[in-house]
Write a new protein. Structure first.
Length: 388
């Protein structure tokens, strides 16, 4: 398969460009994990309770004491007004503040993911999304059922963690009977605080793992095909960075394809570390041996390494390696003037495969490679002045 054939495919293998991610964000697409949102809400709630816990506790104790100290039925109405406007009112204020903080966190959290620049078109009413039938289809689709399974698994983990925590502290609950009201409330809040820490720990694990998976899935969804990258390149008026990325991806694909071809090659000839050329010959299918891979320097060493891993014979012949490298493209058959040299190379490879323990040395006659395919001859010709 040639590079051109590979380019014509629409497989999305390229990482998204900054422009692609920017356009997705403008359209309201961003990696949003419910687990991260839950983690934010639980953390904010715990922080709010920790900050306001003392005042909240004091208001709770005062309202409870005042309620328990009532003993005059004739003053029910004045007492209720005083009780509601006093300690109960303070208690309600702290509850409302905590709920308000949680609400702000749930609203501002998603907005922060889009730099507080939400796409207003995402707030329009979509009849398709509020359709009862479509809703049932989403619920009972494979994605909906998988999400339901994940939700049940998360709920099970949370319940299990809280259950273990309660099992550990259950012995201390019996001590409530001998405590004063204030101490009992303090101890209860301490137990609740411990439970909150356990909950935060579980939600933290779920949030981090869920956020990581969501980010990976979003990146995979945003990947681009070469054609999409070209279209973006045209829109950006030939951005050199994008051109470079296309060329780099083409090289990577070509090298991956060549490495796979080396595994099935018949022989690899090297020079001895700077150039490597892999050849394959099927007598019933090919008119002449074909160059299936070639490379220089590090990639040449990689070709040799893969060849040895797959028991492909490797030999050194600097002149032949240079001749093949300079005259034959990957995927092309060798030219007729090199038939004699390559035939000797293929015959040598067959002997090595037949008797690895008695591997002979490759012998090429001096005239096996014509002078026009020898690099030193070319350089001499290029350096000779032409007569007028």
């Amino acid at each position: 398969m040639t590079v051109a054939n590979e380019e014509s495919g629409q497989e999305k293998t390229l990482d998204p460009t900054p422009r692609r991610l920017e356009k997705a964000r403008e359209e309201g697409q961003f990696p949003q994990s419910p687990d991260v949102t839950t983690l934010v809400l639980v953390s904010i709630g715990a922080l709010a309770i920790w900050v306001a816990g003392g005042r909240f506790l004091q208001a709770l104790v005062d309202s409870t004491k005042m309620a328990l100290s009532f003993s005059d039925p004739a003053r029910v109405t004045p007492f209720l007004i005083e009780w509601l406007l006093g300690p109960v009112g303070s208690l309600l204020i702290w509850i409302v503040l905590v709920l308000l903080i949680l609400w702000l966190g749930s609203v501002l959290g998603p907005f922060a993911l889009v730099n507080f620049q939400p796409k207003l078109s995402n707030f329009k009413i979509d009849p398709e999304r509020i359709s009862f039938i479509n809703g049932l289809k989403r619920i009972f689709s494979s994605q909906g059922l998988s999400q339901l399974g994940l939700a049940l698994l998360k709920a099970t983990l949370i319940v299990l963690a809280i259950g273990i925590y309660l099992w550990v502290v259950i012995d201390g609950v019996s001590a409530f009977a001998g405590m004063s009201l204030t101490n009992a409330i303090l101890y209860a809040l301490r137990l609740i605080g411990g439970g909150m820490l356990v909950l935060i720990a579980v939600v933290l694990i779920l949030g981090v793992s869920g956020g990581f998976i969501t980010a990976l899935l979003f990146k995979e969804r945003m990947k681009m095909s070469i054609q999409e990258l070209r279209d973006e390149l045209k829109e950006s008026e030939g951005n050199p960075e994008l051109k470079g990325r296309i060329r780099q991806k083409q090289r990577e694909m070509a090298r991956s394809r060549m490495i796979a071809a080396v595994e099935k090659a018949d022989v690899v000839v090297m020079n001895p570390t700077h150039i490597a050329v892999a050849l394959r010959y099927e007598a019933d299918k090919m008119a002449a041996p074909v160059v299936v891979a070639k490379g220089h320097d590090n990639f040449a060493l990689r070709i040799r390494e893969v060849a040895k891993e797959h028991q492909v014979p490797v030999t050194e012949s600097p002149v032949l390696a240079r001749a093949l490298d300079g005259a034959v493209k990957v995927g092309a058959a060798i030219p007729e003037p090199l038939y004699r040299a390559v035939a000797a190379l293929i015959a040598w490879a067959y002997e090595v495969k037949a008797e690895p323990a008695r591997a002979p040395e490759l012998y090429l006659p001096d005239d096996a490679i014509p002078s026009e395919f020898r690099p030193e001859t070319k350089s001499q010709n290029q350096g000779t002045p032409q007569s007028a």
